[in-house]
Design a protein around this ligand. Structure first.
Ligand code: ATP
Length: 347
C-alpha cells in the first residue's frame, strides 16, 4: 500500500537538544490525523519537517511513495504537494483577501473566477476578495488562509493549531467548515491541536507525542479507551488511576473488583477508568464513600468522593462525572459502581 505520508526513523535536534527522536508513522491517503501532546514536545517541528521548512538530522519522509527527505535526497517546500496553515493564518496584511488567495495559484491561474471559487469552497462570500485581512473576523481570516493553501491543490494539508485563537463557538463552526472542505476535496490532512476533544472529534487517527517521541497512534476510540500508558491516559482525558492487584481480567482496587482487558498485566498494578464509567448510586450497594466536594460546570458536575477502606487498600479520592444537576452535597454517603472495563498497567 502506498501511503500519503510515511515517516521513518526521524530525528531532529536543535543546538544539541533532541526535539524529535525516532518518529515513525504512516498516514493513509484521504485520512485525517490529529497530533496532540504537551507544549514543546515537537509537534510543530514535525509538521515543519514534513512541509520541508526544516531538514531532519536522520530518517526519511516520503509523500505518496516519493522520498522528499532523507537517503541523501531533499525536495524543497515549494516542490512538495503540501499545504500549510499556521496558527495565526500568516496572511499578508497589506494585500487584499483576493491577492492572498491568488498567491497560492500559479500566475496564469490567478483569475477572479478561480479566486471566487476558492472563497466559496471555504464558505466565504466572493465579495470579500476586495477586503484587507484586518476587515475580517479571526475565523474568516483562517478560512482565507485555508483557501490560499487549497489553491495549490495539495495532496497533503498540514494544519498547525489553526483554530486556537478563536473563541469556542467560532472555533467549532470554523472547524466544521474546514473539515467539510477537506473531506469533500479528499485531501489527506494532519492537524496539530492542543484541544483533546477537537483531536478526538476531527480525526480518524490520533497520534500522541511525548517529549519528542510518538507515544501512541490509533483511532480516537483506541486512544481514549486503551491508552498505552498512564501519562497518555491522563493527557487525552480525565482519568481515575488507582493502585490495584490484577489477576487475569479482574483488578481489585479501591473501586472494588473492576473488569480489565487482559493484556498480560498481573500482580501489583495500576488501573485506569474514565470518570464517566463510575456510576454513583444512593442505594448503598457495592463500594461506598463520602462526597467531599461538588464542582458545578454547567452541563455537568464533578463529584469528589472519598472511598471507604476496602480490602485494606488505603482510602482513595476519586472524581466522578455526572451530567445534569445533582442534589448531592458534601458529606452525603453514596455507593459506587464501575461500568465497562478499565485498563491495567504493570506497576
Ligand atoms: P507547542 O505545543 O507549545 O506549540 P510543540 O510541541 O509544537 O509546542 P515545537 O514548537 O516543535 O513544540 O518545539 C519543540 C522544541 O524545540 C521546543 O523546546 C523548542 O524550544 C525547540 N525548537 C523549536 N524550533 C527551534 C529552533 N528553530 N531552534 C531552536 N530550538 C527550537
Amino acid at each position: 500500500m502506498t501511503y500519503a505520508l510515511e515517516v521513518a526513523g526521524l530525528d531532529k535536534t536543535f543546538g544539541g537538544a533532541t526535539v524529535l527522536d525516532q518518529i515513525a508513522f504512516a498516514v493513509a491517503a484521504g485520512s485525517t490525523t490529529a497530533i496532540v501532546g504537551p507544549s514543546g514536545c515537537g509537534k510543530t517541528t514535525l509538521l515543519r519537517l514534513i512541509a520541508g521548512f526544516e531538514k531532519p538530522d536522520a530518517g526519511t519522509i516520503a509523500l505518496a511513495g516519493r522520498v522528499v527527505a532523507g537517503g541523501g535526497g531533499w525536495t524543497p517546500a515549494h516542490r512538495r504537494s503540501v499545504g500549510y496553515v499556521a496558527q495565526d493564518g500568516a496572511l499578508f496584511p497589506h494585500a487584499t483577501v483576493g491577492a492572498n488567495v491568488g498567491f497560492g495559484l500559479p500566475r496564469r491561474a490567478r483569475t477572479a473566477p478561480r479566486i471566487a471559487e476558492l472563497l466559496e469552497m471555504v464558505s466565504l462570500d466572493p465579495s470579500y476578495a476586495a477586503r484587507r485581512p484586518d476587515q475580517l473576523s479571526g475565523g474568516q481570516q483562517q478560512r482565507v488562509a485555508l483557501a490560499r493553501a487549497l489553491a495549490r491543490e495539495p495532496e497533503l494539508m498540514l494544519l498547525d493549531e489553526p483554530f486556537s485563537a478563536l473563541d469556542a463557538g467560532l472555533r467549532a463552526n470554523t472547524r466544521r467548515i474546514v473539515a467539510d472542505v477537506l473531506a469533500k476535496a479528499a485531501i489527506t490532512t494532519i492537524l496539530v491541536t492542543h484541544d483533546q476533544p477537537e483531536a478526538l472529534s476531527f480525526a480518524d487517527r490520533v497520534a500522541v507525542m511525548s517529549t519528542g517521541r510518538l507515544a501512541q497512534i490509533g483511532t480516537p476510540r483506541e486512544i481514549y479507551s486503551t491508552p498505552i500508558d498512564v501519562p497518555t491516559a491522563e493527557f487525552i482525558g480525565d482519568a481515575v488511576v488507582l493502585s490495584a492487584h490484577v489477576e487475569g481480567s479482574r483488578a481489585r482496587c479501591a473501586l472494588g473488583d473492576v473488569a480489565v482487558a487482559s493484556n498480560g498485566v498481573h500482580g501489583n498494578a495500576r488501573v485506569m477508568v474514565r470518570p464517566e464509567q463510575i456510576e454513583v448510586t444512593t442505594d448503598g450497594a457495592g463500594v461506598t464513600g463520602t462526597v467531599v466536594d461538588v464542582e458545578y460546570l454547567g452541563s455537568e458536575m464533578l463529584l469528589g468522593i472519598r472511598l471507604d477502606n476496602a480490602d485494606g487498600v488505603v482510602s482513595e479520592r476519586v472524581t466522578v462525572r455526572r451530567f445534569g444537576a445533582t442534589a448531592l452535597t458534601p458529606g452525603d454517603r453514596v455507593g459506587i459502581r464501575v461500568l465497562g472495563r478499565g485498563v491495567a498497567y504493570q506497576a
